[in-house]
Ligand binder design. Structure first.
Ligand SMILES: [Zn+2]
Length: 136
């Protein structure tokens, strides 16, 4: 039986810099060009100073698991073979939180506060997905 492809994020003009960086194995977040605060996911307005000016800046890719859950629901047949799989919210060292998956992590190893680092998975020619793995 042929595997059903997973749906991939759409590379919109707003997200293009993020996916270009991921392809080059770099994790980037937005920085407000006015007050300097970092944010992710990207937004049109800074929630602190309301500036519309922002730039993309690289971050370390290191952080810790802020929260996680095990996905048991099959929302798309492309994920059927993998349930239950872990979904994590990673608090980056620089502050922003990133929703992603963790790889190379045993079920009993996954916990809040687990140190992690980014890793990259080429999902298609266009889309590389930042994921996280245990660090150290
Ligand atoms: Zn700002």
């Amino acid at each position: 039986m042929e595997a059903i492809a997973k749906p991939l994020p759409r590379v919109t003009p707003e997200l293009a810099p993020f996916f270009e960086a991921a392809k080059a194995r770099k994790l980037v977040v937005q920085r407000c060009a006015s007050c300097g605060r970092l944010r992710f996911p990207p937004r049109e307005l800074c929630s602190h100073c309301w500036s519309r000016d922002a730039e993309w800046v690289p971050v370390s890719g290191r952080g810790e698991v802020f929260s996680f859950y095990w996905m048991h629901q099959i929302y798309h047949p492309g994920f059927a073979a993998e349930v239950p799989y872990p979904v994590v919210i990673v608090a980056l060292e620089e502050g922003p939180h990133v929703l992603s998956n963790i790889v190379g992590c045993a079920r009993e190893q996954l916990r809040i506060g687990l140190p992690v680092e980014v890793t990259f998975e080429d999902a298609s020619d266009e889309v590389t997905l930042p994921k996280f793995r245990p660090r150290g």
